[in-house]
Design a protein around this ligand. Structure first.
Ligand code: ATP
Length: 238
């Protein structure tokens, strides 16, 4: 469904991606793991068109997308939930959700309302908080809102950058549970960037490990969880 082939991305003179090749199949959750600065966020930013690769190609459903602007990529069905949540602080929860659908052009109000109700079924807290302003939400609630807003674009693929960052362990569990539920019940394909390797591999089908701009390891999530190198480097050697 999504295929990166030999992707090189630069920030000025800095080569952040040094030939990344990876595949995400329809219906999968794929985890992208690695230490700080390995290039995980840059991989997502390159897919969503925020930066363009200097070399290599990105195919989505067989079509090259690596020269398209971000708006065109969202319209094709790729939605990016960036690191740090970024909900609009001065807008209500419901207004934040409705903005998530802005890529879809003119949609009947009834259809948008139905999608908002579906988000409230997946994220019951957001229904209770629908009139609350973004800034009043806790970190976990903001993360749920950021994910729900990404889903309002009705993406085929959701790119998620560190959804567990800065959240308490119990909330992290809820976030991972909801990612699994979205994948199972809405059929949304997910590419998940995480520092929390063990949690990510528990819900993922497959995973890739990055180091300084390259993929150094890939495999089935269950195999990566057992891999001594991965355990040593990313799971605290347990
Ligand atoms: P993190 O978890 O810290 O976000 P990451 O694996 O996502 O790490 P990236 O953020 O993709 O890594 O960064 C990859 C490399 O590119 C790093 O060396 C980083 O310093 C560099 N980099 C990232 N953003 C920029 C930028 N806007 N300008 C210059 N260099 C950048």
């Amino acid at each position: 469904m999504l295929e990166l082939q030999g992707v090189h991305t630069f920030y000025g003179p800095v080569e952040a991606l040094k030939g990344i090749s990876l595949t995400v199949r329809k219906g999968e959750i794929v985890a992208l793991l690695g230490a700080n600065g390995a290039g995980k966020s840059t991989t997502l930013r390159t897919i969503s068109g925020l930066v363009h690769p200097a070399q290599g190609s990105i195919l989505f459903e067989g079509q090259p997308i690596h020269r398209l602007p971000p708006e065109a990529i969202v319209r094709l069905g790729i939605s990016h939930v960036p690191e740090g949540r970024r909900v609009f602080p001065g807008l209500t929860v419901k207004e934040n959700l409705l903005l998530g659908a802005s890529n879809r052009g003119r949609v009947p109000r009834s259809e948008l309302e139905a999608d908002v109700r579906q988000m409230f079924r997946i994220f019951p807290d957001l229904e209770r908080l629908q009139d609350a302003l973004g800034w009043t939400l806790s970190g976990g609630q903001q993360q749920m809102l950021a994910i729900a807003r990404g889903l309002m674009a009705r993406p085929k693929v959701l790119l998620m950058d560190e959804p567990s960052l800065g959240l308490a362990p119990i909330i992290v569990q809820q976030v991972f549970h909801v990612i699994q539920e979205i994948n199972a019940s809405l059929g949304t394909t997910v590419l998940l960037v995480e520092q929390n390797a063990s949690m990510a591999l528990r819900i993922a089908h497959r995973g890739y490990v990055m180091e300084t701009g390259r993929i150094v390891l890939e495999g089935e999530a269950a195999d990566l969880l057992k891999d001594p190198e991965v355990r040593e480097a990313y799971l605290g050697g347990r």
